[in-house]
Design a protein around this ligand. Structure first.
Ligand SMILES: Nc1ncnc2c1ncn2[C@@H]1O[C@H](COP(=O)(O)OP(=O)(O)OP(=O)(O)O)[C@@H](O)[C@H]1O
Ligand SMILES: [Mg+2]
Length: 225
């Protein structure tokens, strides 16, 4: 499975989402974080760490890991070419400037028919603008919300993730990443079911065409002409 963490704006939380989600998934499966950002936020974090619960590299390793999570740079890819993925996570914060760029990211994915899940990061309910946007914007209706939390800033310099930390604050942050990981799983299952339905439909259409074609070649008595 390949997940691409995107959002064309800087500083919205792609790397935080990548690392903490990777830690959650790594509890059960082998994970590679593929750091495609030239600023190397994930690789720099790994250098601060004694032991990471998942691999971090600047490349893919097809077949070696159960899950690959690609941390993308804060820009539109060259020639608007998004890397392949089973699912794209579009991270945004809820201020107007970030949200405008979020809309561009979503527009490109939609244009290219790529499935995505929205992560509304650094949510502060006390900020009226954020609360209103989250409640009213249809594109945020299914978003997974990660609140603005000190622990989601301090984990980085410790070279750890929130899943290695203890206490109520860590648990509250972990719950949000568990919800994110569950939502990813549900969406991937739904996509798989939809693909199977489509394949079945295509196969039955093919069979119908073949049977019509064969019938045309048959005489009314059913014998070959
Ligand atoms: N939910 C959160 N609560 C508090 N701080 C956060 C949260 N998410 C991210 N941050 C902090 O915001 C800053 C930017 O986050 P991060 O580096 O993950 O974003 P990015 O989109 O990868 O940025 P860049 O464009 O530099 O790659 C970091 O200092 C990070 O610790
Ligand atoms: Mg980053």
């Amino acid at each position: 499975m390949r997940l691409v963490i995107t959002g064309f704006k800087g500083g919205i939380g792609r790397t935080s989402t990548t690392l903490n989600l990777a830690a959650r998934i790594a509890e059960r499966r082998s994970v590679l974080v593929n750091d495609q950002d030239p600023q190397c936020g994930a690789l720099a974090w790994a250098a601060l760490s004694d032991q990471t619960p998942f691999a971090v590299a600047r490349a893919s390793s097809p077949g070696l890991f159960d899950v690959e999570i690609v941390d993308m740079p804060p820009s539109m890819p060259i020639k608007e070419q998004m890397p392949d993925a089973d699912l794209y996570l579009v991270v945004t914060t809820l201020d107007a400037a970030s949200y405008t760029v979020f809309l561009r990211t979503v527009a490109l994915l939609t244009e290219q028919g790529k499935p995505y899940l929205v992560v509304a990061n650094r949510y502060r309910p006390a900020r009226g603008e954020q609360k209103r946007r989250l409640a009213e914007e249809p594109l945020l209706a299914q978003a997974i919300v990660i609140r603005d939390r000190a622990i989601l800033s301090s984990y980085y310099e410790r070279g750890t993730t929130i899943f290695a930390l203890e206490g109520k604050r860590a648990q509250a942050a972990q719950a949000e990443f568990i919800a994110l990981s569950n939502a990813i799983e549900s969406m991937l299952k739904a996509l798989k079911r939809a693909a199977q339905r489509q394949a079945k439909k295509a196969s039955s259409l093919r069979k119908q065409r073949v049977s019509r074609h064969t019938q045309k070649k048959l005489t009314p008595s059913g014998r070959q002409a």
